[in-house]
Design a protein around this ligand. Sequence first.
Ligand SMILES: Nc1ncnc2c1ncn2[C@@H]1O[C@H](COP(=O)(O)OP(=O)(O)OP(=O)(O)O)[C@@H](O)[C@H]1O
Ligand SMILES: [Mg+2]
Length: 248
Amino acid sequence: MHRNTAGGPIAVGVADVVKTYGRGETAVRALDHVSLDLPARRFTAIMGPSGSGKSTLLHCLAGLNTVDSGQVRIGQSFLNGLTDAELTKVRRDRIGFVFQSFNLLPTLSAEDNILLGLRLAGRAPDHSWLDTVINALGLRDRLRHRPGELSGGQQQRVAIARALAGRPEVVFADEPTGSLDSRSGAEVLGFLRMSVRELGQTVVMVTHDPVAAAHADHGVLLADGRVARHLPCPTADTVLAALAGLGA
Ligand SMILES: Nc1ncnc2c1ncn2[C@@H]1O[C@H](COP(=O)(O)OP(=O)(O)OP(=O)(O)O)[C@@H](O)[C@H]1O
Ligand SMILES: [Mg+2]
């Protein structure tokens, strides 16, 4: 198995990735030769100023966006050159995604939202895993409620349960606490960290919040579409200082 310098297996990685939006004079180079390997069973926070390429990197890692050049891999699979059907299968079977705005279906119960991806994929749910996830997220007595009957924090916990339902290799989260008050946000971050420490998941989260980043095992700072710094064991203070060092 491919390993990173710390000796652990790699969950996802990019090698020399370039991503440009638009053409000609208005072209924006969102990722400028980014190389990065992220370890499995760890919680990684991707940070950086607005427009530094965080969401673009996350979408490229998750196979939601294509790259101009360079390699993207999930575990041992390279995404370059996959057909659309193969890419869809990778996204469906091996990846979970948590959005800032939850993206739950309003007419379905929490339980049906959690199970939707598995049902669409025709996969049988692993009931004991689902029980573990639902209990860990404290959603047991909320399963019959629709999203509109849940608080923001509860809706985001449903979205996390949905992302974890298929026991994916990697869970990606783009500003998962961006729409939450600080208390619900702290709860959601605690659950993401717990899913790594106790359930053995791999989480890659984009955040601009140093306090959120402090929940992660490892921080990666982007600036102008490049990796500017790595921050092992980030704290709110070291993140703030590093961001200040970028002039952010
Ligand atoms: N669909 C798009 N079309 C054109 N330019 C885009 C598109 N998406 C992103 N960009 C540009 O690419 C750059 C990186 O954007 P990206 O969304 O990855 O930044 P970000 O770090 O996630 O920022 P934020 O913290 O504001 O969410 C920015 O300059 C942005 O304007
Ligand atoms: Mg973004």
